[in-house]
Design a protein around this ligand. Structure first.
Ligand code: SUG
Length: 421
């Protein structure tokens, strides 16, 4: 076994919820997005919920990063679409989407211990399946190039060509003895067979693995269960999550569940599976509550905690299962609910809101790292400038556009990141 590099730690980079956060029902196959379409949104509350989640994890782990909202409304996309009101309102809403908050879709990340050249590789996701998400990658890449600009430590690639749908880390898991050790990277792809699109294509995953210089013997490619996609698991991280040697998964996550465990175990014999049976938590309830869209964290004492949405505590079956698990002698010792309801209503739980990067924190541009005083600063700027409420009829209005642009600019200025304006 390769000895671990002790400077390498896992940093969660949470996306700050942008000032244009709204519910336009843009994501086919994402049940929360569809069912909240047309509701008023509360961008200020949404962003503050996100900061509170970051503060909690900063206290637990001692390290936390963040990524910034992208420029919205996106004038370039608006002009390309030439929206004149005669078409579906989704075309008006797409350039306004705050969807970059879900940084689990920003990129796929392979830590230095896994790659041939010994740098941490990041590939921004092309997100081609959804118009409102496909606009993200150029601005995401611009930000990753700054945050991870130290080429002794990082390699930032371009996206996978658009024919191959790539949704980033949401369909990627990593198994390892410790975050700094060489790991096994598991890529989960879908095949479109029902009414909802499979957003992660197998060829995109294979391409990312090659570009990152991964050891083929330490890569596993697994098909998502088509029934899970049809039930609303538009990304694999809606039905499973991994951390170190543990895979926490619903029993119906993969097309061939036993075959998936065997394939991972062949590359990573120490695998420990924590499987939730359908009889205890149905697939539908798992997707409704986002039990698996959780952050599975290694705490400083070596134990693991699962950061779940509040919705899990309110579900009789999910919480009964969580309590049983906490009382058992399993690897996950604690289940901690957090309130990210504004994001949840668009289909984004605690795990969607973060991108995991294993690296030396000193190698990251410090402007993207959080501490308590910066969390105060974020809250201050968000409290002062983020719109309190957005109604669907506000989308497209010049007054709202001006407010959204000014709010983001105020945040970038406060963080000394005006080069991103
Ligand atoms: O791509 N929702 C996002 C949610 C992404 C969740 N991410 C992970 N599972 N990692 C999506 O479907 C809704 C936008 C709207 O409807 O306005 C949206 O884009």
């Amino acid at each position: 076994m390769t000895p671990p590099n002790s400077k390498l730690v896992e940093i969660n980079f949470d996306g700050i919820v942008g000032p244009s956060h709204n519910y336009a029902g843009l994501s086919l196959g994402n049940i929360a997005s569809a069912s909240h379409k047309g509701d008023p949104s509360y961008p200020r509350a949404a962003a503050l919920q996100g900061v509170a989640k970051m503060r909690g994890n900063l206290a637990r782990l001692g390290v936390q990063g963040f990524l910034l909202p992208l420029p919205r409304p996106n004038g370039l996309l608006s002009s390309v679409l030439a929206y004149d009101g005669s078409e579906a309102p989704q075309l008006r809403a797409a350039p306004w989407s705050a969807s970059s908050m879900w940084t689990a879709n920003a990129a796929t990340v392979s830590p230095a211990a896994d790659t041939a050249d010994g740098t941490c590789h990041l590939s921004p996701a092309n997100l081609v399946t959804m118009l409102h998400r496909a606009q993200e990658w150029p601005d995401t890449k611009r930000m990753l190039d700054i945050a991870f600009g130290d080429s002794d430590h990082f390699t930032v690639h371009g996206p996978v060509p658009p024919t191959f749908g790539d949704e980033g880390a949401a369909n990627h898991m990593r198994l390892c003895e410790g975050h700094g050790n060489k790991g096994v990277e598991v890529f989960v792809y879908g095949k479109t067979s029902g009414t909802f699109p499979a957003r992660q294509h197998e060829q995109a995953s294979r391409l990312v693995a090659r570009v990152h210089g991964l050891d083929p013997a330490a890569c596993v490619f697994i098909e998502q269960n088509p029934a899970a996609i049809e039930a609303g698991a538009f990304h694999n991280d809606v039905v499973s999550v991994a951390n170190e040697r543990v895979l926490f998964t619903h029993a119906e996550a993969f097309a061939d569940q036993a075959g998936a465990y065997d394939a991972i175990r062949a590359a990573f014999p120490a695998l420990e599976v924590v499987e939730v049976p359908s009889a205890e938590v149905s697939l539908a309830e798992a997707i409704r509550t986002y039990l698996f869209n959780a952050q599975l964290l290694t705490l400083p004492d070596g134990g693991m905690a699962l950061i779940v949405p509040e919705e899990c505590r309110e579900s009789a079956s999910v919480w009964a299962w969580a309590e049983k698990m906490m009382a058992s002698n399993g690897p996950i010792r604690d289940v901690i609910p957090v309130d990210v309801r504004q994001s949840m209503a668009n289909g984004g739980g605690p795990a969607c809101l973060r991108l995991r990067v294993v690296c030396d924190p000193a190698a990251v541009d410090p402007r993207f790292m959080l501490d308590e005083s910066k969390a105060d600063l974020l809250e201050h700027v968000i409290g002062d400038t983020w719109p309190e409420q957005i109604d669907p009829a506000d989308i497209g209005k010049d007054t709202l556009a001006a407010q959204v642009i000014a709010a983001r600019a105020a945040l970038l200025q406060a963080l000394d990141l005006s080069e991103l304006i």
